[in-house]
Design a binder for this molecule. Structure first.
Ligand SMILES: NC(=O)c1ccc[n+]([C@@H]2O[C@H](COP(=O)([O-])OP(=O)(O)OC[C@H]3O[C@@H](n4cnc5c(N)ncnc54)[C@H](OP(=O)(O)O)[C@@H]3O)[C@@H](O)[C@H]2O)c1
Length: 145
């Protein structure tokens, strides 16, 4: 199985590169400079060329504190970029797994979190990750974690 993962040096990408082969998966990182989620115009063409059986959306703006001073960039990378990925995956008919963060939740719940749990809106990072999650959930065949 050919699994295209967004990002190159990130922790999740590196873990998949390390462990994927043991499961017979061919892990193909797709990240900067070819794929920049802040400029997602080329996402569709790049994904089509990548011939993925499965796409893992693991690239993200993860500098939580810095996101407060770079809200536009955080929004572009964590919302518009994943939206473009989800739209491209949907039109190609390729399943997409979007890796999100529990930071989108406020931590106040005593029971398990589900796809329908309300999302935290108080912090820029959470707000932007939340918005990434929404378009990904709306476009089948996408799973968001
Ligand atoms: N690591 C964990 O234990 C963990 C746990 C729960 C959830 N998550 C979630 O999993 C996702 C990935 O986390 P991580 O720990 O792997 O993050 P990370 O180590 O900070 O890596 C971020 C990745 O995103 C890429 N990236 C950032 N901006 C980009 C852009 N404009 N265009 C394309 N790629 C860009 C980086 O690219 P470069 O390769 O160019 O640096 C890097 O590969 C995040 O949503 C995070 O919240 C991670």
């Amino acid at each position: 199985m050919r699994i295209v993962v967004t990002g190159k040096k990130g922790q999740v990408v590196q873990a998949l590169l390390e462990r994927g082969p043991a499961f017979g998966a061919d892990i193909v990182p797709l990240g900067r400079p070819e794929l920049d989620l802040a400029s997602p115009e080329r996402v569709g063409a790049l994904l089509a060329a990548a011939r993925a059986d499965l796409i893992v959306s693991a690239a993200a703006y993860t500098a939580v504190d810095k996101a407060e001073s770079e809200p536009d960039l955080a929004y572009a990378v964590n919302a518009e970029g994943p939206r473009a990925l989800a739209e491209a995956a949907s039109s190609l008919g390729v399943p997409l797994i979007h890796i999100s963060t529990d930071y989108v939740f406020d931590g106040s719940k005593d029971s398990p979190w589900t796809e329908t749990t309300s999302l935290r809106r108080s912090a820029s990072m959470a707000r932007r990750s939340s918005r990434a999650k929404t378009p990904c959930l709306l476009l089948p065949p996408t799973l968001s974690f």
